[in-house]
Write a new protein. Structure first.
Length: 527
């Protein structure tokens, strides 16, 4: 069960002040003053569980005491919450779930959500298929001259729309000459892995082969692997998603300290994001907690209730208040959700609607850079307006100005008062990766997501060298100070077979590319 924090409104105000001033984020002790439940609420839940046959010794309370988990039978849980359980297929697995439950009146004011009683959500990776590629098809060459890179008005010599290499990305985003310094004991970026996505990391591994080809100074780097909540890592069966994410992050952030974190298994049902964020709060210290988390997976928002989504978003808020930046891909089916549902209505993905998450869409091409489409990238970048989370203050003026540019055919198919995403967009088409010893191409917002996460990680390293705290909650500063490259062509469509119904790119902020495409220099000006 998730408990209500004693002063979450106070936490929001504190975070808004820090984001505006660029000050230091909270310690765990400071967070507890806001996020821990009141003594009365905690006592009420403890007493309720004991009264219903769950002794204190069987109650597992979180570090902040904002959640409690218990081992219970289906029958006992049904009695606790006046629910009727049946067996359902949840993300391909059989699980006991209920369509309705009641939180008893004696704890109703203390508890936000009981999980996973009615959770039916699934999780999918946000990348396209792997296309084998011959070496002669991959462009060679170093970056173009620095002035051209900073203006980004021409294409670096290392870039090609047919296959995008690490050298191209470093040149195009202005990081070729950035030399960050790693700090021992600090985890700069964590790359999340779900649904049994494995990394080839030892011996003649895919990561080693990739680095030898495309980031030779990192050829000896092996990314540390953490396994959580039953996860495994089968080195002999590396996944396309896992290798795309890890190879992108390592090639863009080396020599900073990265980490691959496998969470759960393909049988893990429900809201894996809630589990992830709570894990980082409860099972990590300030020194071991990654400063940036890259998540190239998602669900559809409609698969979660309002209370479930708010529990997840509260956990994300608490995590970002500790100085962590959460970066999530927006999806690969335009406005059709994670599986390309036909319209009406538009299907917002999850968890990008939470305002404490930085959502990233995908672009293609260099001269000009435009939103991805089916012709080149093979997909439309995910975009949407949350049905659960309202428009946050940091984007309200941009959203208001953009609404008149949305085609009339979209009227009524999205929540005009919702939190719009993505926030940024970056290259997401035809990345070169190595998987199972073979070089090939992969695209998706799950390519642009680790790229943006890497750019923010480099910014954190620069800030650390200057004695500053990590970026943490990035959204308010980006929206108030942003001078990113404006993406004005293309859009997020794909509503069934439609290539016009959706959110078009436009001058200024738009519902497809958000604030636009970042560069290292532009982010330096913001942070």
């Amino acid at each position: 069960m998730s408990l209500n924090g004693a002063d979450m409104a106070g936490l929001t105000a504190r975070m808004e002040s820090i984001a505006a001033s660029g000050g230091k984020w909270l310690t765990e002790a400071e967070l507890a003053q806001y996020a821990s439940p009141s003594a009365a609420d905690e006592a009420a839940v403890r007493a309720f569980l004991v009264k219903n046959g769950i002794p204190a010794s069987a109650q597992k309370w979180s570090k902040l005491r904002d959640s409690v988990s218990v081992d219970s039978t289906v029958g006992q849980t049904a009695k606790l919450f006046q629910a009727q359980f049946l067996e359902y297929s949840v993300d391909g697995q059989r699980a006991a779930r209920t369509k309705a439950y009641t939180i008893p009146s004696e704890i109703a004011n203390s508890v936000q959500d009981a999980y996973p009683l009615s959770t039916y959500g699934s999780i999918r990776r946000a990348s396209t298929g792997f296309t084998p590629l011959a070496e002669e098809d991959i462009p060679a060459g170093e970056a173009a001259e620095e002035e051209a890179l900073e203006r980004r008005q021409s294409t670096p010599s290392s870039c090609s729309t047919n296959s995008v290499t690490p050298a191209c990305l470093r040149a195009y985003y202005g990081t070729s000459s950035v030399t960050p310094k790693a700090t021992s004991g600090v985890v700069d970026i964590g790359v999340m892995g779900y649904i049994d996505q494995y990394v080839s990391n030892t011996g003649d591994a895919d990561l080693k082969t990739f680095n030898q080809k495309y980031r030779s100074d990192a050829a000896g780097y092996s990314i540390p692997i953490q396994l959580r909540n039953g996860a495994t890592n089968d080195q002999s069966n590396p996944g396309v998603e896992a290798m795309l994410d890890v190879e992108t992050v390592v090639s863009q952030t080396y020599p900073l300290n990265s980490q691959f974190i496998a969470e759960g298994t393909s049988q893990t049902a429900g809201d894996i994001f809630l589990l992830t964020f709570n894990d980082f709060i409860n099972n990590y210290s300030a020194s071991t907690r990654p400063k940036v988390i890259s998540i190239s997976y998602g669900s559809d928002e409609k698969e979660f209730s309002s209370s479930q989504a708010n529990s997840m978003c509260n956990a994300a808020q608490k995590l970002t208040s500790l100085g962590v930046t959460i970066v999530v891909s927006s999806g690969d089916y335009g406005v059709g959700g994670q599986s390309g549902d036909t319209c009406p209505n538009f299907v917002p993905t999850y968890p990008g609607g939470c305002p404490y998450i930085l959502s990233v869409g995908a672009t293609q091409g260099f001269s000009p850079e435009v939103m991805v489409d089916n012709n080149l990238a093979g997909f439309y970048s995910g975009a949407g307006a949350s049905q659960i989370f309202s428009t946050p203050s940091f984007q309200s003026s941009q959203v208001s100005a953009y609404k008149s540019k949305i085609p009339s055919s979209a009227s009524g198919e999205y929540n005009a008062n919702g939190r719009f995403f993505p926030d940024l967009a970056a290259q997401g088409s035809r990345y070169v990766i190595v998987q199972k010893g073979q070089t090939g191409l992969v695209g998706g917002t799950s390519a642009s997501c680790p790229l943006v996460a890497s750019l923010l990680t480099l910014q954190n390293a620069r800030r650390r060298a200057n004695g500053q705290d990590s970026i943490g909650w990035a959204n308010p500063a980006l929206y108030s100070k942003s001078n990113l490259k404006d993406i004005t062509s293309g859009g997020s469509y794909g509503c069934g077979s439609s290539t016009t119904n959706g959110f078009p790119a436009a001058s200024g902020w738009d519902g497809s590319s958000g604030l636009g495409s970042p560069s290292y220099s532009a982010l330096t000006a913001v942070f």
